[in-house]
Design a protein around this ligand. Structure first.
Ligand code: GLA
Length: 406
């Protein structure tokens, strides 16, 4: 009790300091230690109720894992009323509310209402996947002469999304982030040497920021003490209708002239193939459903779209990767990234067996994922951009999702 109260006092003080300084603050200690969950509001003071909503962060307990680790939920709100709920389990975006063309707010990501459902069965809803997002062939790679073996958790064939207990299933440390024009949460996780078979103690940090420009910005950082592959991405399932129907009517554009064709197990062949003249060509905005049923081998392998596109860009520049438009609501989502690739997955494995938030049944292709990344199986593909992080280097990537309506 005493502990809880002192926690409240500390948070109260922090809230006052934040209110006074009104700008970025780097607390010297974490404000919400893992062992002591407590309901807390860290909020900038608002002068009057009639004013437009100000930037806001609420933090509350969101249950605990099976081994008793407390999980917290951060509710971020920007000055335009957009809201993002992010929890410390899996660094998962639990909900994201953005306006349609009439200004009506809807939750545009799939997921569950409760932590337990995420723990029991989630196809990576809203999570950060790692240490290596997407597949590594046969769960094997050789680095500096040593062969490493990872879990083959994808049909007993390949390694997928970091293994049996990837970054989507661990509890991250957390601290709120205040900026003059954004609020966020900085999540960090130490993935120990040997965890899921990967070499090196990897310190990973993922910072989510909800900005007043209506962006959800994700900054990824990591360092290691042994060379390791790393490929972090966000596995949000978007449905810009607010989860009303499948995503086949969403109109997608990808800034990519090439993609990486795959074999039956969805492992890239190593080739960078032109999209021109194929159903993989999204260089012009096209409804996702327009060609998804075409008799095209790549679509057969994926059961729809489940491929990596090679983004048109120079080096590590931040550039446009994708644009999605949903005609009935007018919602538009643009994705910019420093990454070289993007996995477009059309929710092919959703089959109506999952009932998600507010009792909504997630039928076939009810959500779409656009995972900015390095290419799948890069550790075994010398011609792909390297995913190896070495001691002394810093892994830094950024992806920005921008929301508007027309
Ligand atoms: C990624 C993979 C897919 C699938 C989904 C989650 O997009 O490429 O094959 O695993 O994640 O179900």
């Amino acid at each position: 009790m005493v502990k809880v109260r002192s926690q409240f006092i500390r948070l109260g003080l922090v809230a006052v300091i934040v209110g006074l300084s009104g700008c970025e603050m780097k607390p010297m200690h974490r404000m919400t230690p893992r062992a002591e969950p407590s309901a807390a509001a860290v909020q900038k003071p608002v002068a009057t109720e009639s004013q437009a909503p100000a930037l806001k962060i609420d933090v509350k307990p969101f249950g605990e894992t099976e081994d008793g680790q407390p999980v917290r939920l951060y509710s971020l709100r920007n000055a335009n009323g957009l809201k993002a709920d992010i929890m410390t389990y899996g660094a998962i975006v639990v909900s994201l509310r953005t306006p349609d063309r009439k200004g009506h707010m809807d939750d545009i990501v799939l997921g569950y209402d409760k932590l337990d459902d995420y723990i029991k069965n989630s196809p990576y809803f809203g999570a950060i996947v790692g240490r290596y997002g997407n597949r590594i062939a046969k769960g094997k790679f050789t680095l500096d002469g040593t062969e490493y073996t990872l879990a083959t958790n994808n049909n007993n064939l390949n390694h997928l999304h970091g293994g049996v207990k990837g970054f989507d299933k661990v509890v991250w440390n957390d601290e709120p982030v205040w900026k003059a024009d954004a609020v966020g949460v900085k999540l960090s996780y130490l993935s120990k040497d040997g965890e899921e078979g990967y070499p090196g103690n990897l310190k990973a940090t993922v910072t989510y920021l909800l900005t007043n420009k209506n962006e959800l910005r994700i900054d990824y950082e990591a360092t290691t003490d042994k060379a390791t592959p790393i490929n972090l991405t966000h596995h949000g399932y978007f449905n810009l209708t607010g989860g009303e129907r499948d995503i086949l009517g969403h109109v997608l554009a990808l800034n990519a002239d090439k993609f990486t064709p795959v074999d039956e197990g969805l492992i890239p062949t190593g080739e960078l193939a032109p999209v021109k003249g194929t159903p993989m060509d999204f260089t012009k905005p096209t409804a996702i459903g327009a060609r998804i049923g075409n008799a095209y081998e790549q679509l057969k392998f994926g059961g729809g779209y489940d491929h990596n596109w090679v983004l048109n860009k120079r080096g590590r520049e931040m550039s446009l990767a994708a644009r999605v438009y949903e005609p009935t609501t007018g919602r538009v989502m643009e994705i910019h990234t420093t990454e070289p690739g993007i996995q477009f997955y059309s929710g092919n494995f959703l089959d109506g067996t999952i009932t998600g938030k507010e009792g909504k049944v997630y039928k076939h292709r009810w959500g779409l994922c656009l995972e900015t990344q390095h290419f799948p199986d890069s550790p075994n593909k010398p011609n792909f951009p390297s995913t190896i992080l070495r001691p002394g280097e810093k892994y830094e990537t950024t992806t920005i999702y921008s929301f508007s309506a027309k």
